[in-house]
Design a protein around this ligand. Structure first.
Ligand SMILES: Cc1ncc(COP(=O)(O)O)c(C=O)c1O
Length: 400
C-alpha cells in the first residue's frame, strides 16, 4: 500500500470511527467469561442497552455476530416453515433481509417501494386489513435504509397495524440508526429490533443484537424453524446471572460499556440525536449548494446518519469515489444494487464533529470538481449552516 500521511477519512455509513477511549477500553487482557467480574460487566451493559433502546420490558440479546447474524436470529426464533411476512422494500438492505428470510423457508411478501421513500404505513395498513385470515405473521421494516439514506416512520407503521386490527408482530432493523437517531422500542410497539455494534455504537463490527419483547418471546415458543446457537431461551436464562451459553465477545463488551457511558451519561441521547440532525442538515445544505439531488424524496424521511447523492447523467459515482480515495484518502459509500454508479453516500454518524464534517464535504467538493462535475459551492452553504446561531438553524423537524 502506498504511504499516506495524516488521517484516513472513513466516511462510509458504517463501520464508523471508533473513539480513542473506546479503543483503550477494549485494549486489555482477556477475562474469564465465566467469572464474577465478567458477570458484573454483563449486568451493567444489558440494562444500559435497554435504556438506550428505551425499553422497560424487552430483553436485549447479544450475539458474537454481525447484523446479518442478528437478522437470522430474529427469523429462526419467531417463525415456522411457510410462515408469511410482509417486508417493506426500501432498498438494498431490506432486499437482503427478505432474501435471507426466503432462504430459511419464510414466505416473504414485499410492500413494494421505489428505493427513494420509506415504508408506506397506509399501504401496509391496507394489506393487513385485507389479510382477514391473519396469515401474515410479521411486518418487517428497516428503520434507516443505509443504501438510500431514507428513514421510515416506525411509529406510523405501528399505528397502521393497530388501525388494521391485525396481530402481526413488528420487526425493525436499526443497524444504521441506533444511537444516532431517535428510537423508542416500547412506545413504538416494536416486537423485535435487530442491530449491530459498528455504526452508532462506535464499536468494531462483531456484536449483533436482538431486542425482544415479551410478546415475541412468547411467539418464539411455538416457532418451528430449526434453531440452536441463536435460540433466545437459553441466552435469556443464562443472562439472568450475567453469563452466556457461548463465549461472548468479551473485549467488545468492555468497549460497549465505554460507548454507552459516553452516549447515555456524558453527551446524553437527546444531544446525540441533535448532533446527528445538525450534521445531516448541513450535509443536505452542501448537496443543494452543489446543485445535486438528494436520493431521499421526502424531507420527513431524511436520514440523519447518511446522505445518498445522485450524480448527474453521464457521471459514474464509482469513479468519483475512486478519485476521492486516491487524491484525498477518504472512503465514501458505494451505490448498492440498482443504485450502483448512480449515487455515492456520505456517512455522518458515530464519533463525528463539525470539523470532520467540513473536511469530509471539502473532500467531496474537490473530488467532484476533479471529476469534471459542474457544481456550486456546497461547502460554503454547509459552513453557513453550521455557523448560524442555533435558533436560526432550520432543522428538519424530527419525526417519531
Ligand atoms: C440497515 C442494515 N441492515 C443490516 C446490515 C447488515 O449488517 P452486517 O453487515 O453487520 O451483517 C447492514 C449493513 O450495513 C445495514 O446497513
Amino acid at each position: 500500500m502506498a504511504f499516506r500521511s495524516g488521517q484516513h477519512f472513513v466516511q462510509i455509513p458504517g463501520p464508523t470511527n471508533i473513539p480513542e477511549r473506546v479503543l483503550r477500553a477494549m485494549d486489555r487482557q482477556i477475562v474469564d467469561h465465566r467469572g464474577p467480574d465478567f458477570a458484573r460487566l454483563t449486568l451493567e451493559v444489558l440494562p444500559a442497552m435497554r435504556e438506550l433502546v428505551r425499553t422497560e420490558r424487552s430483553h436485549v440479546v447479544i450475539y458474537p455476530s454481525s447484523g446479518t447474524g442478528a437478522w437470522e436470529a430474529a427469523m429462526v426464533n419467531l417463525f415456522s416453515p411457510g410462515d408469511a411476512v410482509l417486508l417493506a422494500e426500501t432498498g438494498w438492505f431490506s432486499t437482503l433481509w427478505g432474501e435471507l428470510a426466503g432462504k430459511l423457508g419464510i414466505a416473504v411478501e414485499l410492500a413494494r417501494g421505489d428505493w427513494r421513500t420509506g415504508a408506506d404505513p397506509d399501504a401496509i395498513g391496507e394489506r393487513l386489513a385485507a389479510d382477514r385470515a391473519h396469515r401474515i405473521k410479521a411486518v418487517m421494516v428497516v428503520h434507516n435504509e443505509t443504501s438510500t439514506g431514507v428513514a421510515s416512520r416506525i411509529a406510523d407503521v405501528r399505528k397502521a397495524i393497530e388501525r388494521a386490527n391485525h396481530p402481526a408482530l413488528l420487526l425493525v432493523d436499526t443497524v444504521s440508526s441506533l444511537a444516532s437517531m431517535d428510537y423508542r422500542h416500547d412506545e413504538w410497539g416494536v416486537d423485535v429490533m435487530v442491530t449491530g455494534s459498528q455504526k452508532g455504537l462506535m464499536l468494531p463490527p462483531g456484536i449483533g443484537f436482538n431486542v425482544v419483547s415479551p410478546k415475541a418471546l412468547e411467539a418464539s415458543k411455538n416457532a418451528k424453524l430449526p434453531r440452536a446457537y441463536f435460540d433466545w431461551a437459553p441466552i435469556v436464562a443464562a443472562n439472568a446471572a450475567g453469563f452466556f451459553p457461548y463465549t461472548p465477545p468479551t473485549n467488545l463488551m468492555f468497549g460497549l460499556r465505554e460507548a454507552l457511558q459516553m452516549l447515555l451519561r456524558e453527551e446524553g441521547l437527546d444531544a446525540v440525536f441533535a448532533r446527528h440532525a445538525r450534521h445531516g442538515e448541513a450535509t443536505r445544505a452542501a448537496v443543494r449548494g452543489w446543485g445535486l439531488e438528494i436520493l431521499a424524496r421526502d424531507a420527513r424521511e431524511y436520514s440523519n446518519t447518511l446522505t445518498a447523492i445522485i450524480v448527474p447523467e453521464g457521471v459514474d459515482s464509482d469513479k468519483v469515489r475512486a478519485t476521492i480515495l486516491e487524491r484525498f484518502d477518504m472512503s465514501l459509500g458505494v451505490g448498492l444494487g440498482k443504485l450502483k454508479g448512480r449515487v455515492f453516500r456520505i456517512g455522518h454518524l458515530g464519533s463525528f464533529n463539525d470539523l470532520m464534517l467540513a473536511g469530509t464535504l471539502c473532500g467531496v467538493q474537490m473530488g467532484l470538481r476533479l471529476s469534471g462535475v459542474d457544481i456550486g459551492d456546497g461547502v460554503g452553504a454547509a459552513l453557513d449552516f453550521l455557523c448560524a446561531p442555533a435558533e436560526r438553524s432550520q432543522l428538519t423537524p424530527a419525526f417519531a
